[in-house]
Write a protein that binds this ligand. Structure first.
Ligand SMILES: [Zn+2]
Ligand SMILES: [Zn+2]
Length: 450
């Protein structure tokens, strides 16, 4: 049974919502087979009607003139770092969720590799309370798989589930021990929740700081081979099959990984996976500059790997896009490449980057990108956002023609470590509606009220 996204913790939960009409908007919901101009009428938190353009008369509604704009199911990011507790200088629930809303997201899942890691019911409860006070969009929190992310002893997964954990992940670190991984999959049945995996073999990654490829060879840097990721994915798919459990593989970066997932899915393994906008748009060519904004884990890989990710996203082997939004302070990034922190922000640029680099050149169609940007909800047991009548009204209103420079008018995120900063992008989310309530408006977006 999947849950409504709005049942996650956020500031708007339970609030009443007035009616909204998106006037003469192009409604695109590929999963529901909708692509036509309508008056999109939202009432009581749900899609009330897809009326003929300029026909809807709804007393007391806020009317938003949306002629020339695009309404799509709002996005869902199953992989975000909110840095709370412990590194609120980088991000917190308020700034991270606002960045999500600004990017067109109606829900996000926060990772547990905080300081300290989220491994107790009390920690989950405290985060949930903060989200109820501070979060602009619904936020779920995973707990760690192992205590203190030390990889040896499992957390109390059933108790954490009772406290409201949205799943489990040691993201940031792999679960090195196959024995511990197997036990986690056995306990999954008790909690009934997803286990999300950062797949990496530390023995193979060694001291690597970038993809083991041409750029690393040229620069004389230690590389992280693709098989560091794919061998661990293969191990965990085998364990999931053996235990009849399900797993979600995070941030795929390599061709070999896509091939392993495709084979596992064909064999009936319950596995879902994600890819990030930066792995879909960039290659290790970018690290030749030794600009630490392009340093993340897994690293940007070769053009061949990138093509495999794009093909995987197109075919559905890769279920969804996740940003792995990973805010860092300047002091952690403005150091030599080898020492720089790994990770990039991504919530505010995800749609625009995919639109600019993959949709506009005709590599992927818009419907596929829109679908994959919200499909991650299902991997964590949530209803897929939809614009079909009676669906919960989770809507991203997009201006496909908006041209903007990423970061030129600042960020909603507290951190600025975007690998796309300064890029000219086309397409931008202007307004985000969550469960019928306006969660965000771009400052540049004026609206008319009836
Ligand atoms: Zn990770
Ligand atoms: Zn991550």
């Amino acid at each position: 049974m999947s849950r409504a996204i709005s049942t996650l913790d956020w500031r708007g939960a339970g609030a009443g919502s007035g009616a909204i009409v998106l006037r003469s908007v192009r409604v695109l919901d590929p999963r529901s087979g909708i692509d036509a101009e309508h008056d999109l009428v939202i009432r009581d938190g749900r899609v009330a009607e897809l009326a003929n353009p300029c026909s809807a008369e709804v007393a007391g509604a806020e009317v938003i003139e949306a002629d020339g704009l695009l309404a799509v199911p709002a996005f869902f990011d199953p992989h975000v770092h909110l840095r709370t507790p412990g590194r609120e200088d980088k991000e917190d629930i308020e700034t991270g969720s606002r960045a999500a809303a600004a990017g067109g997201y109606c829900g996000i899942i926060g990772m547990a590799n905080t300081a300290p890691p989220v491994d107790t019911p009390a920690a989950i409860e405290s985060l949930r309370e903060r989200a109820q006070a501070d979060a602009t969009v619904p936020v779920g929190f995973v707990a760690t798989v192992t205590r203190g992310m030390r990889g040896s002893e499992l957390t109390d997964m059933a108790e954490l589930g009772d406290a409201g954990a949205g799943g489990f992940s040691d993201d940031g670190l792999p679960i090195q021990s196959a024995r511990v991984m197997r036990r986690a999959l056995q306990y999954q049945a008790l909690a009934g929740l997803q286990i999300a995996l950062h797949e990496e073999d530390p023995e193979l990654s060694g001291s690597g700081v970038m993809h083991e490829g041409e750029a690393a060879a040229l620069l004389g840097m230690a590389g992280v081979p693709s098989v560091s990721e794919s061998t661990m994915i293969a191990r965990d798919c085998a364990l999931a099959a053996y235990e009849n459990a399900r797993i979600h593989v995070q941030h795929l970066s390599a061709r070999e990984s896509v091939e392993v997932i495709a084979a596992a899915k064909a064999a009936g393994v319950q596995v879902t996976c994600e890819a990030t906008p930066h792995h879909l748009a960039l290659t290790d060519d970018s690290v030749r500059s030794l600009d630490s904004r392009f340093k993340m884990n897994p690293p940007l890989r070769s053009e061949d790997d990138r093509q495999a990710l794009i093909e995987g996203l197109r075919s559905g082997t890769i279920d969804c896009v996740a940003t792995d939004h990973a805010p860092h302070a300047l002091v952690d990034k403005e150091v030599p490449f080898e020492q720089a922190a790994m990770g990039v922000t991504g919530l505010e640029t995800a749609f625009a980057v995919l639109n600019t680099d993959l949709v506009m050149p005709g590599i992927l169609d818009l419907g596929t990108v829109v679908d994959r940007l919200s499909a991650g909800a299902a991997a964590f047991g949530f209803e897929l956002p939809s614009l079909a009548p009676d669906a919960e009204a989770n809507v991203a209103l997009i201006d496909l023609d908006a041209e903007w420079e990423a970061g030129s008018d600042g960020w909603e995120s507290r951190s600025e470590n975007s690998c796309f900063a300064g890029r000219q992008l086309t397409g931008r989310s202007m307004l985000t509606i969550v469960a019928g309530q306006v969660a965000f408006r771009q400052r540049s977006f004026a609206m008319g009220v009836a």
